[in-house]
Write a protein that binds this ligand. Structure first.
Ligand code: DON
Length: 572
């Protein structure tokens, strides 16, 4: 097979590694924290797996456009990055054509028709959290295949079946497991053992495969061939649909053949945020990305952020207080626009953002319990993956997709080789109780038949003076939004290059729990001490996010994957 990944010589690699190790950022401790970056004059892909990035570049070099490459990358990720890449999950795409047209596709999962608001509560009203995360009842109606098919029909140029060939090959002929995927399988092993079909796929010979082992998914290859041949109908009707439903129902779920047949991917109006002379294009509800990012950036337009040095206590405190308020709004007000009314005009309003900023005195954090959507509005009422693709013509695809938890609900449907999501846990299974990301959400996001659960997925495309500047996104549940926010701030406000922007230490506040999460060993102790003195509760986390980004660089593109994950960029 002709390899199309930009390869480095051993010497170049050593220089790159050393460069990564030596990169010093204000307020940074630790080492080996440099993003993996390449320079590509024409086109490229940043994804969470080397094989997927390579597949994308192959398709581009065969004359495919960014939409073709995105379909092929997504299908390849379903094989080589099974903890998040998927056929049985959902996601969002932000697409920008070379002519400057923006487009958003929502292929988020929906609650099955038999879903009920209290389906995860016991008779005493207590949350049965295992039910919304593990096994058949956790499964939302998958959106990925319909989403990709629809996206391809609209913007693709190569035949659909051709774009599935690399994924079929990887599933049929196997691929070499890297340490990262092998570790993920090992951590999910106990859950896989609960489902014999899943164990047969992921624990061949009864145990988790080792790094360096060749990993085969023959059943998945067969399903991919069916989808290559019959398109979306190959998944939503016929044998695969029947197998999915049977397997979900045998494992406590309520999904029906009719649910699959009825599923629709929906084109939505992009959210366009103006920040200085940049435009940040992203997704509206049922993802909360657009509302929260618009609020954060609108708020920053009303102050001079430059007076807070990068990652100083003032900077972290101020932004955390801001994030706390927008997450309170998110968690209490947002949900599926086809089911609830949201005060979006107000939330997008610059005056509203200015009012939020005026409430903040960063030396005196307001306890989360005292912040509510109602008082903010005034009297009125482990695992996802992102990839970015740019083609030589300048078409760009920014796509985030997920099964929600790592390997979703851990259930492989019958003999299809297809893992199913546990996206139902993104609903407020009991308004006021935390979900698996600790998000405390309200009635706006409660369960109803056919409703989409609120997401934090934040694929973005950025333009300046109407020309494409870059695109990025991340996994990480609610930390997706704050990871994307901080990388954008680093690029736009702090003028860092892409490698520095992606590598810089991150922090996160999501209203409740009432704490600021900071990346471990990456902030000066004195900075954290100061924050504690002011009354912030600090929690250390290993990593926040795993950004896959492409940004304009003179004569081409800088393409970076995050040191926090295991992605490798590719380009030419
Ligand atoms: O849609 C959402 O917000 C979540 N289901 C995303 C899950 C995720 O990012 C997990 N990754 N680490």
């Amino acid at each position: 097979m002709k390899s199309t990944v930009t390869h480095f010589s051993a010497k170049q690699f050593a220089v790159l590694l050393l460069g990564g190790i030596l990169l010093i950022f204000p307020g940074v401790l630790g080492s080996a924290t440099g993003a993996h970056c390449i320079f590509a004059p024409a086109a490229g892909v940043a994804s969470a797996h080397i094989e997927a990035s390579r597949v994308g570049v192959e398709i581009l070099q065969q004359g495919g456009n960014a939409a073709d490459a995105a379909v092929a990358v997504s299908m390849a990720l379903a094989v080589v990055y099974p903890q998040a890449g998927n056929l049985g999950g959902g996601g969002f795409i932000v697409y920008r054509s070379a002519e400057g047209k923006n487009y958003v596709l929502d292929f988020r999962e929906t609650a099955p028709a038999a879903a009920r608001q209290d389906m995860y509560l016991d008779s005493a009203g207590a949350v049965l959290s295992a039910k919304s995360t593990l096994g058949g009842l956790a499964v939302g109606v998958p959106g990925t295949v319909r989403g990709l098919f629809r996206f391809h029909r609209r913007f693709g140029s190569l035949p659909w079946a051709k774009l599935l060939e690399p994924a079929i090959r990887l599933a049929e002929e196997g691929f070499v497991l890297n340490r990262y995927v092998s570790r993920s399988i090992r951590s999910a092993a106990a859950a896989f053992r609960k489902f014999p079909g899943s164990a047969a796929v992921f624990l061949p010979g009864g145990k988790a495969p080792e790094p360096g082992d060749r990993f085969y998914q023959k059943n998945l290859a067969r399903s991919l061939r069916t989808i290559a041949l019959h398109g979306e109908r190959g998944f939503y009707r016929g044998e695969i649909a029947r197998e999915i439903v049977k397997s979900v129902q045998m494992n406590g779920g309520i999904l029906t053949v009719e649910d699959l047949k009825q599923y629709r991917a929906i084109e939505r109006e992009p959210v366009v945020i103006s920040y200085h002379d940049y435009r940040i294009i992203t997704v509206p509800p049922p993802s909360s990305a657009g509302v929260v990012l618009a609020g954060l950036f609108n708020s920053l337009q009303t102050i001079d952020l430059g007076r807070f040095p990068f990652n100083s206590p003032q900077y972290i405190a101020f932004l955390s207080e801001l994030e706390k308020r927008y997450f309170a709004l998110r968690n209490q007000l947002l949900g599926d626009p086809d089911f609830i009314r949201m005060p979006l005009e107000q939330l997008y309003l610059p005056q509203f953002a200015a009012r939020i900023v005026k409430q903040i005195d960063y030396r005196h954090p307001v306890p989360a319990a005292e912040i509510s959507a109602q008082n903010l509005l005034g009297s009125e009422s482990n695992q996802t993956t992102h990839f970015s693709v740019v083609d030589p013509a300048g078409n760009a695809v920014s796509m985030t997709t997920t099964l929600n938890g790592s390997f979703g609900c851990k259930l492989v449907a019958g003999s299809t080789g297809i893992l199913l999501n546990n996206e139902m846990d993104d609903f407020a299974t009991k308004p006021g109780s935390p979900n698996m990301y600790g998000l405390v959400q309200g009635r706006a996001n409660s369960i109803a038949p056919g409703k989409r659960m609120l997401s934090s997925m934040s694929p973005v495309v950025v333009t300046r003076h109407d020309s494409l500047i870059g695109l990025l996104g991340s996994p990480g549940g609610p930390t997706i939004i704050t990871s994307v926010f901080q990388v954008l701030l680093n690029l736009i406000e702090h003028r860092m290059d892409l490698q520095q922007s992606v590598s810089a230490p991150r922090f996160h506040q999501q209203w409740l729990p009432d704490s600021v999460e900071v990346e471990k060993n990456r902030f000066e102790p004195a900075v954290l001490e100061k924050l504690k003195q002011w009354g912030y509760h600090i929690v250390q986390r290993n990593h926040l996010g795993d950004v896959e980004a492409i940004w304009r660089k003179q004569g081409g593109w800088s393409i970076c994957t995050d040191y926090r994950g295991n992605g490798i960029p590719a380009g030419y």
